[in-house]
Write a protein that binds this ligand. Structure first.
Ligand code: ACO
Length: 323
């Protein structure tokens, strides 16, 4: 059977860093409040005119270079984003054009903060079917553009950035010891819109709108959703928390990350956290965190890596990778 193997990884962050102290000068907040409640210390913010596809293109180029491949080697581009450049065409086609690709298929996928895991699971199924050979899976966001910068309960939480992964379809014996994506689990429940949503859109208000969140309500559900899909991945493979090399969760909030890991019995030293540096970058957070942990030498070939995300909708999902 075919399996999707990770052959490249890259990321990009806009150069402008916005610290908690700077935010405290514009809204009624403090470094202490933000740090205690979320673990966030700073986040990157896209420059005026710097769009989601520009961030995604840079991450994609880094991932291709890491793989030793060129755009001509890719036949599928999937971009997880909730902050596209335009209502249409898709951000994926903008990145495709920027990379100089004229073959293959490119499309966006919208699952908010779960976007990268949903895109990875989708690409994995395309590759495993044999229909496509190599995929660029990108999470790219400019949440700074949909924040209400006067609302201290949301504007302190998010940042901009992008990450990308190159997947390649390879023959495998089907063993869990072989490299590649071993299992993915996706869930959604649309009854929860009000808890985390953007109050605009082309077909409702005709405006872009701003992010709105009932933080306490999101928090109440988040840990349960995380443990749900990670438990599904354990059940599907027979692995336990002790078998994991690394746990790379969506980076929304340090308390959600730590509570989830504790409930799952995952040792704190296996948890990869970058939320203090990036804030919540939605669909970009997992490939950004993976890049940090791969580049600093933590994540190595053949490691067992559990990805997990929860986002608006609600949507939630996991992916278990033999790196
Ligand atoms: N600075 C200072 N005070 C603030 C701020 C701020 N930035 N934001 C809110 N407060 C105030 C509130 O107004 C409130 O004041 P009051 O008691 O006078 O009314 C007080 O702090 C407590 O507010 P709560 O909302 O109860 O604070 P809580 O402890 O729940 O923390 C937080 C808020 C951090 C948003 C928390 O609920 C949370 O982390 N929720 C999860 C949401 C999340 O991570 N979402 C990310 C998107 S979803 C995803 O990616 C999974």
């Amino acid at each position: 059977p075919l399996r999707s193997v990770v052959v490249g990884l890259g990321s990009y962050l806009p150069s402008r860093i916005l610290t908690n102290e700077e935010l405290a000068a514009t809204v009624d907040t403090s470094d202490e409040w933000i740090t205690q409640r979320t673990g966030i210390k700073e986040r990157h913010i896209a420059a005026p005119g710097e769009t989601t596809s520009m961030l995604g293109e840079k991450a994609a180029r880094a991932a291709l270079a890491d793989a030793g491949l060129g755009p001509e080697d890719i036949d599928l581009v999937i971009v997880g984003t909730s902050t596209p450049d335009y209502t249409f065409p898709s951000t994926a086609t903008q990145i495709q054009a920027a990379l100089g690709m004229t073959r293959g298929a490119a499309f966006d996928l919208q699952a908010v903060c779960s976007g990268f895991v949903f895109a990875l699971a989708t690409a994995e199924k395309f590759l495993r079917s044999g229909s496509h050979k190599r995929a660029l899976v990108i999470g790219a966001e400019t949440f700074s553009r949909i924040l209400d910068w006067n609302d201290r309960t949301t504007c302190v939480l998010f940042g901009d950035g992008a990450g990308a992964m190159v997947l390649e379809a390879r023959e495998s014996e089907g063993s869990l010891a072989e490299r590649g994506i071993l299992t993915t689990h996706l869930r959604s429940d649309g009854r929860h819109r009000a808890k985390l949503h953007v109050d605009g859109g082309p077909s409702s208000t005709g405006t872009v709108g701003h992010l709105r969140m009932e933080g306490k309500e999101v928090f109440r559900f988040a840990v349960g959703m995380v443990t749900d899909v990670v438990t599904d991945a354990f059940a599907a493979t027979g692995f336990t928390a002790a078998d994991l090399s690394w746990f790379v969760p969506h980076q929304a909030n340090r308390r959600i990350i730590d509570m989830s890991a504790a409930k799952l019995g995952i040792a704190p030293e296996k948890v990869v956290a970058t939320v203090h540096l990036h804030g919540n970058t939605s669909a970009a957070s997992i490939p950004l965190a993976l890049s940090v942990a791969r580049d600093d030498g933590r994540i190595k070939r053949d490691n067992l890596v559990m990805l997990e995300a929860v986002g608006g909708g609600f949507t939630w999902g996991s992916a278990l990778i033999r790196w």
